[in-house]
Design a protein around this ligand. Structure first.
Ligand code: G6P
Length: 465
């Protein structure tokens, strides 16, 4: 069985739960998700992906999807509750995102986190060929690199963190901070989205583990663990091609007509997550309507909010608050047949998404903290006409690259309002130099370039061992 030469390990398999339960297996392509990011890198390569199929309990063997071999890891109900919803999404996720919601700590969650990481490591150790490249993804699996190295020192192990890596003051709160750092350091190369995250990691390794740190990375157990920033991206060419399709252009025109032919359309597409700044944005929009600076139906907001982690309390509460606020805005500022906010809590397919991007005059991406935010990059790629404005939070990883966007601090409601109005005042039919510069950037720095640069660095990191 040890024959896989490139193994991706991620919390989830990139398959659509709903489709899978009907026996139709398709790659899960939710906007900005990890499966979405890695799809173009892996399709039709002899890769193996190890992950959870999305439902508790046993999973039957799965067919290959888009040429990628899928190996399911089984999670029980208590694994899902304590590992996925607990330690990963109620302890690490909030802490890594500036603790915008308080991190919750339970000792039994740590037990589950260790147990589940060990299971992923065991599966990987069984299938990886001698000397194979194993690429471990994200915060759910931070212990796995060291667990895997203990069993299979022959492997070339990469770890990539898609979310922010927090400053030492926050990370130090974790009761298991030493183990978490040691787990990551089982890798040969640790990749982050931004250089700030690399600095944070270096500082912590020096402080908590008393290791030597230099520009290459961190020295541990007589080896160098290389570190670097590799900002993840999208399949730019694919989005450009899709957005250029006649069908998409027609759909975009129809969407605008269905919205009542407004002068300006604002669009937001987020997972329904408290890190995305949805409430701050709605507040800014409501105040602009109340102040009379924006008027319905001249301007409308389309908010796509994809349900996420629905059994985690903070997410349930957020959904209630967001939906109440949308109802309130529509109650106060809508009219019969005319909504102020068009709120869609559902998953969109790629074509519909591309049409939405093309229909929007201003794309508002205003997270309170975000590792990257691929929706921002997708919007830019979709604007093959060179038009449209991007309102982007300075706390999204994408802001380090898309510097020509209308950058905002989402906590500053007045600033958010003013900048949104400024973006709306630009002529939406006029191509801009800003959009051209951002488009050139995402074309040069696409997902293929990301994967190439990471995997080349991993090879270099392993060359001297
Ligand atoms: C973020 C994480 C990914 C995760 C995605 C969706 O982008 O970095 O690892 O897959 O959210 O979250 P979910 O909990 O549905 O897997």
């Amino acid at each position: 069985m040890r024959d896989a030469s490139l193994v991706v390990v991620a919390s989830r398999l990139p398959i659509n739960d709903a489709a899978a339960s009907e026996g139709v297996f398709e790659w899960r392509r939710s906007p900005g998700g990890l499966g979405e990011a890695l799809h173009p890198v892996l399709i039709n390569t002899p890769a193996t992906w190890i992950g959870w199929a999305g439902k508790p309990g046993p999973t039957p063997p799965l067919p290959d999807v888009d040429g990628v071999h899928l190996i399911p890891v089984e999670l029980t109900d208590s694994d899902v509750r304590d590992h996925y919803e607990g330690f990963a999404n109620s302890t690490l996720w909030p802490l890594y995102h500036d603790a915008v919601e308080p991190a919750v700590h339970h000792r039994r969650w740590w037990e589950a986190y260790q147990r589940v990481n060990q299971r992923y490591a065991d599966h990987t150790a069984r299938v990886a060929a001698h000397g194979a490249v194993v690429w471990v993804q994200d915060y759910h699996l931070q212990l796995m690199p060291a667990m895997l190295r203990a069993q299979r020192p022959d492997l070339r192990i990469g770890f990539f963190l898609h979310v922010p890596f927090p400053p030492p003051e926050l990370f130090m709160q974790l009761p298991r901070r030493t183990e978490l750092l040691r787990g990551m350091l089982g890798a040969d190369l640790i990749g982050f989205q931004r250089t700030q995250a690399v600095h944070n990691f270096h500082q912590l390794a020096a402080k908590v583990l008393d290791t030597t740190v230099d520009e290459r990375g961190v020295q541990v157990d007589g080896r160098v663990v290389y570190t670097g920033a590799f900002p993840v991206s999208i399949d730019t060419a694919e989005m450009e091609a899709l957005a250029s399709h006649d069908e998409v252009v027609e759909k975009a025109a129809k969407l605008r007509a269905d919205l009542g032919g407004p002068r300006r359309v604002i669009l937001s597409v987020d997972r329904l997550d408290y890190t995305k700044g949805i409430e701050h944005r709605l507040k800014a929009y409501r105040e602009l309507l109340a102040d009379g600076r924006l008027k319905v139906p001249e301007t409308v907001l389309v908010q796509v909010a994809i349900p996420s982690r629905e059994r985690v309390e903070q997410y349930r509460l957020l959904r209630d608050r967001v939906e109440r606020e949308v109802g309130r805005i529509n109650g106060d500022f809508g009219r019969l047949g005319v909504a102020a906010v068009h709120y869609l809590s559902q998953v969109f397919d790629r074509t519909e998404l591309a049409a939405l991007y093309r229909a929007a005059d201003v794309m508002a991406v205003t997270p309170l903290r975000d590792g990257m935010n691929l929706v921002a990059k997708e919007y830019v790629a979709a604007r093959v006409d060179g038009c449209g404005a991007l309102l982007l939070s300075e706390f999204a990883g994408a802001a380090a690259e898309l510097t020509q966007a209308y950058l905002v601090n989402p906590h500053d409601v007045e600033g958010l309002k003013d900048t949104l109005v400024e973006a709306l005042e630009a002529d939406p039919t006029e191509p801009t130099a800003q959009m051209a510069a951002m488009r050139a950037h995402v074309r040069d720095h696409d997902i293929q370039a990301w994967a190439r640069s990471y995997l080349t660095a991993l090879e270099a990191a392993c060359a001297g061992r």
